[in-house]
Design a protein around this ligand. Structure first.
Ligand code: FPP
Length: 252
């Protein structure tokens, strides 16, 4: 895929500009470091989450300009329910706040909104806001902005296994037909290409139960920047580094 937007070129040195081919189609991000960002400033952790919302908007805009097809953001994990209730409540109000401010701009930019995760177990106010945005953007064919909300990879895989066993039981599928492709259709990411690039901010280098099946051949990129400090330039650096990688998928 070619990078035709001048914005992208401006961020890169001249020597780097020759190689603007093969941008990733699908970028997944573990947005880590909100709490530490706030604590460093003597603020409550939730202030970091709030600031993180505007970073989401910046990175979505950068992804649109860079012609990324899918941006999957790890917004709330199945493990995040272990946090204090006040923090959980705050985080789960953020999708509504984000959409209230930014949905018109997303629509203008042809962005489609989707989610992966156990949607039905989210509070009604979160579901309603996100469902409204999904409906409003369902015909857009630009960037797919995919929020991982109440998402956990092990839960997703177990859920898939149970559905497969059920479908085997009622002869909807046969054991012989079960291969990696068919298995993938039982995951929340059914129909989406696997991420080409995974970015994790906040200095930790782990997957935290994110897209374990889908990241099998993904390129990883880590930064110490805390999510609220992450910005377009850092994002473009990640894309540039990705473009220098040789992906072999087990071949030579
Ligand atoms: C991890 O940082 C971040 C989260 C669990 C929440 C992520 C949420 C956002 C970035 C805002 C949501 C945005 C939208 C658009 C809905 P952490 O709290 O674990 O940080 P720490 O490691 O410094 O404690």
């Amino acid at each position: 895929m070619s990078m035709k937007i001048p914005f992208f070129n401006k961020q890169l040195k001249e020597t780097e500009m020759a190689n603007l081919e093969s941008a990733p189609d699908h970028v997944a991000i573990i947005m880590d470091g909100n709490g530490r960002w706030a604590q460093k400033r003597g603020l409550p952790r939730i202030a970091g989450h709030k600031e993180g919302v505007s970073t989401v908007n910046k990175i979505v805009k950068a992804a649109v300009k860079a012609n990324i097809k899918i941006l999957t953001l790890y917004t709330f994990s199945t493990e995040n329910w272990k946090r204090p209730k006040s923090e959980i409540d705050f985080i789960l109000k953020l999708p509504k706040e984000f959409l209230h401010i930014y949905l018109p701009g997303l629509i203008e930019n042809n962005v489609r909104i989707e989610t992966i995760g156990d949607f039905d177990a989210l509070p009604k106010h979160t579901r309603d806001a996100v469902q409204y945005a999904k409906e409003k953007t369902k015909d857009n064919d630009g960037l797919l902005l995919n929020f991982a909300l109440n998402y956990g990879s092990r839960f997703e895989i177990m859920h898939a296994v149970k559905q497969i066993m059920n479908d085997l039981d009622c002869s909807k599928i046969t054991l012989d037909s079960l291969d990696e492709n068919l298995f993938s259709t039982y995951l929340y990411t059914n129909g989406l290409s696997d991420p080409d690039l995974l970015i994790r901010t906040g200095g930790e280098q782990r997957l935290s139960n994110f897209l374990l099946w889908q990241l099998a051949y993904t390129e990883f990129w880590f930064t110490d920047d805390l999510w609220p400090d992450f910005n377009e330039t850092t994002f473009l650096n990640a894309l540039y580094d990705y473009q220098q990688r040789k992906r072999r998928y087990g071949g030579i």
